[in-house]
Design a protein around this ligand. Sequence first.
Ligand code: IPE
Ligand code: IPE
Ligand code: MG
Length: 246
Amino acid sequence: MDLKEQINLEKIPRHVAIIMDGNGRWACHRGKDRNFGHEHGVSSVRETVEAAADIGVEYLTFFAFSTENWDRPQTEVNTLMELLVKAIRDETPELNEKGVRLMAIGDLAALPEQCRKELNEAIALTAHNTRLTVVMALSYSSRWEIINATKQIAAKICSGELNPEDIDNEVFESHLGTTGIPDPDLLIRTSGELRVSNFLLWQIAYSELYFPCVLWPDFRKKHFYQAIIDYQKRERRFGRIPQPQC
Ligand code: IPE
Ligand code: IPE
Ligand code: MG
């Protein structure tokens, strides 16, 4: 049976987050520069967006560039920023046609001017779309996001706008970049690495984790559907006992 047909459309994760990893190794295996891998990773993003939209995923978050990735060689950072601008230019019209809304989280002020400008234009253009929301995590790290939220909350306490006793999950979440976005139901990291590398640490508290060995530039719809099928076999308990009880 076709993989897609094995998916239970009643149990689609609302939010899938993806750590796109393995571009450098993919290029290295072919005797090429790391940037060759980054270039090929763009088509995997396109396929994943299509696959997610097809089965009714509501939110798809991509970890595209971490705060720590600024420490890579300048030439690689430059290529990644150029690729981002090119991908926004090339992909936005079709995303818009397909009803995809684009959002971004992270320290966007750290991005090069041109990148920020084109990103903001694409976000504004697609703001009213409702089929699927694609969230790009750019210059993002979870610790940065949590510290940023803490600073905002501290400032509100200092000004008397907020009482320390009133801080709860809801108040804290309302100061994160992901405000209004449900927590990921499923987190996928490609390339076989078994770590989360400072991604959505608060939000993945109860996410199901999936670590396929496929390198990101080889990731295709079938890999996404495999992840969804695996997710649908899991029992999410949120600290409760199994249902039905054994
Ligand atoms: C992921 O691939 C892309 C980014 C982190 C921007 P990598 O560049 O980390 O590839 P590997 O892990 O070195 O193979
Ligand atoms: C995580 O991958 C960041 C992104 C995918 C953007 P890395 O390749 O940077 O993570 P580490 O260094 O292997 O933990
Ligand atoms: Mg990596």
